[in-house]
Design a protein around this ligand. Structure first.
Ligand code: ADP
Ligand code: MG
Length: 253
């Protein structure tokens, strides 16, 4: 991707749940190779924003343009095929399968299809391709030593990296991560930060919903701060950190 190219253009998106406006005219952009953090207190509308962008939820109004293409209203499977991949807040895995198997399966089932149909419908050649791709992505982010470990035996840090490897199997231009640092130890957070910076160098753009302010301040180029569904402020981490509105609403100082 060319530097300065807008990968994601979120244009005044809004989501109404009955009388509640969960997301109220939110606009921001992600440029090629940027890591953008989406932060704000619980209930601010971060997950809903995430779901609007990825097509998991339909929006009430507004538009999302991804790599020059309007994707608002498209189903999530179609959006993911255009080069957008996400992880979920809670790790989804089959505990008694290996890391490699989990990533290969997830690569196949990304979108809404269930695990079982995927297992039944995959032919031998496709299965081999999925396993090769899964291995390549695990090795890419330093998980080569874990390929044949049982997923259920992994510590939290490697579990989150497994999720990221799974999302990477789609070779996304944009990766959306939902609280990847939740529950991680300090060292695991550092390993995660290293992986995010590596992916950034490799040209992957990232949208990060995260509560861990250390991580956010460390890796993000741009921050979008939400409160009660609205955009409180956005800008560089340094700018946002000094904003009195943010300090009052979010940092509690
Ligand atoms: P955050 O991720 O920032 O904690 P959410 O996007 O999950 O916030 O929620 C924003 C607001 O929308 C909250 O008040 C929440 O209760 C409400 N909300 C989220 N999803 C739904 C839904 N499916 N139906 C009704 N209200 C919802
Ligand atoms: Mg949330």
């Amino acid at each position: 991707p060319a530097a300065g190219e807008v990968v994601l253009d979120v244009q005044a998106i809004r989501k109404q749940f009955g009388g509640l406006t969960a997301v109220n005219d939110i606009s921001f952009q992600i440029q090629a190779g940027q890591i953008v953090g989406l932060i704000g207190p619980n209930g601010a509308g971060k997950s809903t924003t995430f779901n609007l962008i990825t097509g998991v939820l339909g929006m009430t109004s507004g538009q999302v343009v991804f790599r020059g293409q309007a994707v608002g209203g498209k189903p999530s499977r179609e959006i993911s095929r255009l080069g957008m991949a996400r992880t979920f807040q809670h790790v989804k895995m089959i505990a008694d399968m290996t890391v490699l198997e989990n990533v290969a399966l997830g690569a196949h089932t990304r979108g809404s299809k269930g695990v079982l149909p995927a297992m039944l419908r995959t032919n031998r050649a496709e299965e081999q391709r999925l396993f090769r791709e899964a291995q390549r992505q695990l090795e890419r982010i330093g998980m080569g030593a874990y390929l044949h470990e049982q997923a259920g035996n992994l510590a939290m840090g490697p579990q989150r990296l497994m999720e990221i490897a799974r999302a990477l199997c789609a070779d996304p231009a944009l990766l959306l991560l939902d609280e990847p640092a939740a529950g991680l130890r300090h060292k695991e957070k550092q390993a995660l930060a290293d992986v995010l910076r590596q992916l950034q160098r490799e040209g992957v753009s990232i949208l990060l919903v995260e509560h861990d302010m250390d991580l956010v301040m460390q890796v993000c180029d741009h921050l979008v701060v939400m409160e009660f569904g609205t955009l409180l402020t956005q800008g560089t981490p340094a700018h946002v950190q000094q904003d009195p509105k943010v300090r009052a609403a979010y940092l509690g100082t």
